[in-house]
Design a protein around this ligand. Sequence first.
Ligand code: PLP
Length: 393
Amino acid sequence: MKTVYADNAATTALCPEALEVMVSCLKDNYGNASSMHHSGQAAADVVFEARQDIAACIGADVNEIYFTSGGTESDNWAITNAARLGAKKGKKHIISTTFEHHAVLHTLMMLEKDGFEVTYLDVHEDGYVRVDEFTKALRDDTCLVTIMYANNEIGTVQPVEEIGAICKEKGVYFHTDAVQAVGHLPINVKEQNIDMLSFSAHKFHGPKGIGVLYCRKGIPLISFMQGGAQERNKRPGTTNTPAIAATAAALKKSCEEMDKNISYVSSLRDRLIDEIVRIIPRTRINGGRSPRLPGNVSFCFEGIEGESLLLYLDLKGICGSSGSACTSGSLDPSHVLLALGLPHEIAHGSLRLSLSEYNTADEIDYIIEQLPLVVERLRDMSPVWEKIMKGEN
Ligand code: PLP
């Protein structure tokens, strides 16, 4: 059976360059990068070079890069650190959006319990923050703005540069969760006025369990774990040399090939969207079409359940994802789709297909052939669809 991996927003395959450098570190360069001897120093050299390469890819300085265990840790660290700095000055207001990843939302919920006030900006039906609404939400006691670069479910890209410029002018820290954007879109933290930026290697063909926090020089950063002196005393724990080297290899490659990848992947995306909307009736695309991540396709099909759709697609060899999260036994629609104002019954029929440069035109043809058949089959069994057809819904 043909297999198509179209879940690259969840994670990506390791690229050969990352695999090679990872294996070589594990086999030959296994010293502890904090050790004084030659083996440790050889590992430290690899980490130093990786840090330089990563910094160059996002327009940062080498000393502004901190390695973490992934996007979740980077988000938690950036937000709690900025909140702590704000609280010291009596500033306990934060601005974010309703459709952030849970790594951000749950951190904010924790801070709300500690007396912070959070304004969650509406992202409207098209999945974009409005800069004028953001400006109106700013207050004298705002200490942090945390707005994602690109949404993981619907792929909409936010006006980060404009928001950053306003934050800079007002002297408010600006953090962006760029987990879905780094390696896929050109980013320059200085030009885009970004104070803190989180990302994760496994979203751009690097390994899992390794992430980066960029934190602008001059922002006091305090470790939220206790231990050794790694990462310039800011983030304890033995340095993960193989994963760090592989992150740099994967990011360098993604950045070198970015223009080519953006044009190739977005052409696959557009063809998939156009054909599916043409073939399958009562389909909606979630989020505005531009600016949108090159690989993101997000649909809602009326009258069916996203979970069943995923299972049937999997039987056809197609890996996708649904926006729904199974929480405490009940199937809740995704908070992202609800943030767009979609009714529950429509949000339940969601499907995200996320593409990468590893996908081929043949694979897109296969999805275009199979997806309508699967949707039709599920609709034939669906009492909800029957009602829609009778005009009762
Ligand atoms: N933020 C966004 C937007 C994400 O998509 C993800 C992962 O899917 C994360 C944060 C968490 O990243 P990690 O899996 O590296 O912890």
